[in-house]
Design a protein around this ligand. Sequence first.
Ligand SMILES: Cc1cc2nc3c(=O)[nH]c(=O)nc-3n(C[C@H](O)[C@H](O)[C@H](O)COP(=O)(O)OP(=O)(O)OC[C@H]3O[C@@H](n4cnc5c(N)ncnc54)[C@H](O)[C@@H]3O)c2cc1C
Length: 446
Amino acid sequence: MTHIRTLILGGGMSGLSCAYHLKSDYQLWEKSDEPGGLSRSVKKDGFVFDHTGHLLHLRDPYTLTLIPKLLGDNLVKNVRNAWIYSSGAFTRYPFQANTYGLPKRVVEACLKGLIDAQLASPPTPLPVGEGGPPKAGGEASPETLRKWVLRTFGAGFGEYFFFPYNEKLWTVSPDALTAEWMAPFVPKPSVAEIVEGAFTDRTQQYGYNATFLYPREGGIQSLAFAFAKSIKNIRLKQEVKTIDLERREATSASGETLSFDTLVTSLPLARFLALAKPLPSDIAAAAKTLRWTSVYNLNLGIQRPRLTDKHWIYFPEKKYPFYRVGFPMNFSDKMTPPGCSSMYIEIAYRPGQPPDDKKTLQACLRGLYDCGLLDRNDKIISQGVLQIPTAYVIFDKNRTPSTNTILSYLKSQNVHSIGRFGGWKYSYMEEAILEGKATAEAIDSL
Ligand SMILES: Cc1cc2nc3c(=O)[nH]c(=O)nc-3n(C[C@H](O)[C@H](O)[C@H](O)COP(=O)(O)OP(=O)(O)OC[C@H]3O[C@@H](n4cnc5c(N)ncnc54)[C@H](O)[C@@H]3O)c2cc1C
């Protein structure tokens, strides 16, 4: 049996980055026939689609150097142009800073709610440091998303955006969600800015993703390929089937067994725990509490140039089946054949209950005609569906205590569970890349 110092499971951004930065010996096992994980792209009928939108929001000086080094001149910079469609109007993102253009009754309800919330209690700090990444090991917030929204923005903003939007995205009620994940992802404009944004079309940018980088050609998977080019020991089509934590051995679907000193896994935590043996009963019990959503990604190629200049649009209202629609042709003009536009449509669902293809296409087209994004004469020349079975970790009351218990046990077993799903959190590619690097450095320092 071969012995290796480090076995890395999963060739998404976190696993690739770990392998890229490791100096000591390793093997990377990836079940797919291509690297990239969620950051893979598909080419169809001359269009390029990611698994919905995958944009590079970089803030760290290291990634700001690394990504151009890997992609060279295959990189474009965009200033975010994100919108919300509700009550028959398009308003700028974020909703809470830009109600200008909505019907008067909606603006009034939002501002009245804000005033009531301000009078009821002075604003308190967000549960996690604003601007920083969500911490997998942070304190469980006892506050529900609903209470946080009511306290921070008031009932009107809740009713017209936060409650319906989050229920669509997470597939559970805002009462069942905690507010822990929100700080880095939900901009918090001042009261003065919110009031001004109700009366003026402001263009001030908010939030962690005001600009983004994107590969000029090839979609986001270009970055995964660039990483993979510098990685020697990547084994594709190598799916791990069992992990013996006592014997420190992993066996693949093809029957190959490898022994290791250190294990790095970026598999969804619940999936990893289903493959790992033996597990103490409290870990097995904690694993049972982990919940997540899946995403159905419908991609359309349309024979019409530049059907919008927007990058993506949020749809909070129930009558639209999708929570967001994005436009790859505006990330880079190499994403479509000349004279065409493209869109990705995102629909969240509970694991194991995917929506019906035919009904979903009809419902999406109805929604797109209704809001005016598509015209009934538009010719759809490409169409495809991508599934993301593990898309968003549900932050319910069990998520943080269970994740902390599981991750500290794995750490005691010299298992580094990293990335968005290994760490069981809400995070993005930059964090996965940095975590892969930090893990490699920790292993090499021993
Ligand atoms: C809808 C959506 C939109 C997003 N948009 C953005 C965005 O715009 N910008 C951004 O920065 N981030 C975005 N993200 C987050 C981003 O996808 C993740 O942070 C990042 O891709 C996580 O990389 P990872 O390596 O941790 O996990 P993954 O990419 O999930 O990689 C895990 C790998 O493990 C492999 N694997 C699974 N099981 C096995 C097995 N048994 N054996 C071997 N290999 C296995 C998988 O095939 C996969 O390649 C988005 C996520 C979603 C769901």
